[in-house]
Design a protein around this ligand. Structure first.
Ligand code: SF4
Length: 487
């Protein structure tokens, strides 16, 4: 029997980022630059992408399911997107949400004109707000939490678009890095805690907003600074203005951006991601050195931490696992009898490197543990004498409600088992995780202070920095998306 094997089945054992956002104002080729920016941010979402442009009078939009390169590389598409200003969005959709109607930027036609809105993050009171809005007669077009903001803007009685958006954001809770575009201005906004990243850049006099600095690098734009938590930036062709919508509070930036989500060549919150990941590896070696001959990364996200680990431990760094970068999303599997075929589509052990060696595998995280188990089996079958594993994040014991798709707690291996049990289940000779304090040292802080943690680390600590109004029923980001469909 022939089986269609979906690549997501393997990918599903990793947390997924939900979105990347990009905006530019004051450039004749706004659409083409937005497509470039989205291409650089593709790692933040692969299910769909959209671009909305304006010439100051009319809005133009193209949204599609799939990768940026597959849907926006044609000149014919770019020609349909004229204007001096554009916003774009990459989406990673949660279960049940990968429909075109949920692909952003969302667009609303208001009394003051049009507004396109792109959102990275997750609102933790979207269901409650949506129910209230539906009771008052609002008709929702999508199942996205972002649409709540559109309706709040529509209902605001404030006079200007900026005041209406500000008014709307006073009602929402959770994580948001927003890029919005009216007829004549580009607006960027981060939530009061700055959970998700947003940076400001400049190119030939044009102002740019993007999730990460790698989106500036691809077009030769200059990085200016991070948008501050609680800050709203309003840019026109002529000027950039900053407003503070919320009083300054200590930031709670997502620490997992450094471990896994952000691209290694990005600088986020003044720290280079690649260097942080190497320091995480060095901390890991200092805290829990494995009795190994060689250090092997689980590619690609484990590579910088493995380099840091190997340098600190004085051990050889070897590519003992090879990743196939040309794997599409679906495959015809020749036979159901072939076991572990799925994971071998993506990774294969380098037998000549690992045979007879005591290896330490470095990975970024363990979620369900299914992929780790398969990789360890593969390395053992390739002849490794011992297999140890060290993880560049603390045990993931809690779900994320801030825009990262993690399973519910019952499916998180570390929420159900201690490290010794996890080691037995994965099949390693030893297993170790970096401590939370070690992770804080690696990102440049002394240690974690319980009263002022400085980062969101809730998936490790359970210390959620905002109220979880919709989550009282125990729902994760992924489940919240499904519940929005019923709200
Ligand atoms: Fe990031 Fe974890 Fe906080 Fe989610 S819960 S924002 S993944 S640190």
């Amino acid at each position: 029997m022939t089986t269609i094997w979906r690549m997501d089945a393997d990918d599903d054992d990793k947390p997924h980022e939900e979105c990347g956002v990009f905006g530019i104002v004051g450039h004749d080729e706004a659409a083409a630059h937005t497509v470039l920016g989205l291409h650089a941010l593709q790692h933040r979402g692969q299910e769909g992408a959209g671009v909305v442009t304006t010439d100051g009078e009319h809005f133009h939009s193209h949204r599609a399911l799939g990768l940026v390169g597959d849907n926006f590389s044609s000149e014919d598409v770019i020609k349909t997107l004229p204007g001096f200003m554009a916003v774009g969005h990459n989406r990673y959709s949660t279960t049940g949400g990968d429909r075109l109607r949920n692909v952003q930027p969302l667009f609303g036609d208001f009394a003051f004109g049009g507004l396109a809105l792109a959102h990275n993050g997750n609102l933790t009171n979207a269901i409650s707000l949506r129910r209230r809005l539906v009771d008052r007669g609002c008709l929702f077009q999508s199942t996205s939490d972002t649409e709540v903001i559109i309706h709040l803007i529509a209902r605001s009685r404030k006079p200007s678009v900026v005041d209406r958006l500000s008014d709307a954001l006073l009602h929402v809770q959770g994580a948001y890095a927003l890029v919005a575009m009216s007829n004549d201005m580009l607006i960027g906004m981060r939530d009061p805690l700055g959970v998700r990243p947003l940076v400001l850049g400049e190119l030939d006099g044009a102002t740019i907003l993007a999730s990460e600095s790698c989106a500036l690098d691809i077009m030769g734009a200059t990085f200016i600074r991070d948008i501050e938590p609680g800050e709203m930036v309003i840019a026109t062709r002529d000027q950039v203005e900053s407003r503070r919508l919320f009083p300054k509070t200590p930031s709670r930036f997502c620490i997992f951006e450094y471990v896994y989500f952000a691209r290694p060549d990005s600088v986020v919150e003044r720290e280079g991601v690649y260097e942080v990941r190497k320091r995480i590896g060095a901390e890991l070696a200092a805290e829990d050195l494995a009795p190994a001959d060689i250090v092997i990364p689980v590619p690609d996200s484990g590579v910088p931490a493995a380099i840091g680990y190997a340098q600190a431990a004085g051990l050889p760094f070897e590519l003992g696992l090879i990743r196939n970068h040309y794997v599409g999303r679906t495959f015809i599997e020749p036979s159901d009898q072939i076991r572990h075929f799925g994971v071998k589509l993506k990774h294969n052990a380098n037998r000549a490197t690992v045979a007879g060696k005591r290896v330490v595998l470095i990975d970024d995280s363990i979620v369900r543990g299914t992929t780790s188990t398969k990789i360890v089996t593969m390395v053992r079958q390739a002849g490794a004498a011992e297999v140890h594993m060290r993880i560049a994040s603390p045990p993931t014991r809690h779900s994320c409600y801030y825009g990262v798709d993690t399973p519910e707690r019952s499916q998180l291996l570390a929420a159900q088992h201690d490290v010794r049990e996890m080691a037995d289940m994965i099949g390693v000779d030893s297993l170790g995780f970096i401590s939370l304090d070690g992770l804080y040292r690696a990102v440049g802080k002394r240690e974690r202070h319980a009263t002022d943690p400085q980062y969101c680390d809730a998936c490790f600590s359970g210390d959620y920095p905002t109220p979880l109004e919709d989550a009282d029923c125990g729902s994760t980001t992924s489940q919240l998306s499904l519940m929005l469909e019923d709200a």
